[in-house]
Design a binder for this molecule. Structure first.
Ligand code: FE2
Length: 425
């Protein structure tokens, strides 16, 4: 304490600066508890009160609880609880207006004055008992002044101040200052509550979105499995083309790897699904055409060619399969632009479709069909090479033949083991 200062005098308070500090803290602090503690500590130190306390609305339990208590007459936090029908709470919820009490704060001295008036002293009605309840509560808590902080007409907190240790009364300016602080506290509490509820809502939303996403993946997986079964069913109808789907998948992945394509994660899944489902549209082709034991007539070819568009259409519900649909739609395009359905050429055709075209044709060539016998691997290689640059992407053909020959050399056999297994050598 500076020399010569009256021990009972108080430091000069710059109210505006303090209120600006509080406003800044409200923005910075995510949790209001710290701000409320800072405010009560500040009041306790600056004004030298016997008791400074904050009572805050616990909306969930519809009651008000002590969250901070300082000074010589302080009470354990959490011990004091007022239900929302407590006379003191009711007073600030509107009861004071019925008694034509205009002030938006309450001194214990005002309560005593009102009770000393004959009409209340003699009253046995609710007005008298109401004020008696307030007087009792304030005296028990050693409180001289109660100032509410409002949010939309509801008292969110009560700033409760005991008497000054030096016996001085509160000035009008000080009461206005306390009122502003009490309202700032209420605003900080409501802002924090709002932020908390936003965070909780966001968490709930994220949880729901995850559940929906999981459900969607599950449904898509089920649909994919159904499509795979359909594709297998279609090929089962075509005579003597054993294991077409799994062989096309294996040969296609092998060729893609040989071409240096990155085959991990979604890239592999897309290529794999396209290789497996490429002819699923044949489910919409009449059996009379699909299983015809001999070359197709022109009008039958026309119908057969529609299987690429039918396949893309069937896969529309699989929203993650956009790229797969593009590959399937292009698997009968020719490198020279003479294919169907769009007449794409060269790099316009997805690389996966160019690979699919090579391995699909290879497997068809070496397979035995009713109307012609299956041909040897060397004949198949020759036919692919003849079509390189016309029907097929020459790089895809070279890569396919190279990897096949490497594998054959490694195994030391004249044909691929899987073809042997299927009796197709
Ligand atoms: Fe096809």
């Amino acid at each position: 304490m500076p020399q010569g200062q009256d021990p009972l005098s108080l430091p000069k308070v710059d109210y505006q600066e303090i209120l600006r500090d509080v406003a800044r803290s409200m923005v910075r602090l995510k949790r209001p508890e710290r701000l409320l503690k800072l405010i009560t500590r500040f009041i306790d130190r600056t004004f030298g009160l016997s008791h400074t306390a904050l009572l805050i609305l616990d909306q969930k339990n519809d009651r008000y609880v002590f969250v901070n208590s300082r000074g010589a007459k302080r009470l354990p936090v959490g011990l004091v609880k007022f239900d929302s029908d407590h006379p003191l709470i009711q007073w600030f919820c509107g009861a004071r207006k019925k008694l034509s009490f205009q002030k938006d704060f309450l001194f214990l001295s005002d309560v005593k004055k009102m009770l000393s008036r004959a009409e209340f002293r003699l009253a046995t009605n609710s007005k008298g008992s109401h004020l008696t309840g307030i007087q009792k509560a304030m005296q028990n808590l050693n409180i001289e002044l109660v100032i509410p902080g409002y949010f939309k007409e509801t008292p969110v907190g009560l700033l409760m101040l005991g008497g000054r240790r030096n016996g001085r009364h509160f000035s009008k300016q000080e009461v206005v200052f306390f009122q502003t602080l009490a309202n700032d506290c209420s605003m900080a509490i409501k802002t924090a509550e709002y932020n908390q509820s936003l965070i909780a809502q966001n968490r709930e939303l994220e949880k729901r979105l995850k559940e929906i996403e999981t459900m969607r993946h599950k449904e898509q997986r089920t649909y994919y499995e159904i499509m795979r079964s359909l594709a297998e069913e279609v090929h089962a109808k075509e005579p003597n083309i054993y294991g077409h789907i799994s062989e096309v998948e294996r040969l296609g992945l092998m060729t893609a790897r040989e071409m240096g394509m990155e085959l991990t994660g979604p890239g592999k899944d897309v290529l794999s699904a396209a290789l497996i489902l490429h002819d699923v549209g044949k489910i919409g082709i009449p059996d009379s055409i699909l299983t015809k034991p001999g070359p197709l007539a022109d009008d039958e070819w026309k119908i057969m060619k529609t299987h690429v568009e039918k396949g893309a259409k069937i896969l529309e519900p699989l929203t993650d399969f956009k790229k797969v649909r593009e590959i399937i739609l292009a698997h009968h395009e020719r490198y020279d632009g003479g294919g169907y359905p769009q007449g794409l050429r060269g790099d316009e055709i997805p690389i996966e479709a160019r690979i699919l075209s090579v391995v699909d044709s290879f497997h068809a060539i070496v397979s035995s069909r009713c109307y012609r016998g299956g041909r040897s691997m060397e004949e198949a290689f020759q036919e692919l090479q003849n079509g390189a640059g016309a029907q097929f992407d020459p790089i895809a053909v070279d890569s396919f033949i190279r990897i096949m020959k490497k594998e054959m050399h490694k195994k030391g056999v004249g044909s691929m083991p899987f073809l042997l297994e299927n009796g197709l050598s």
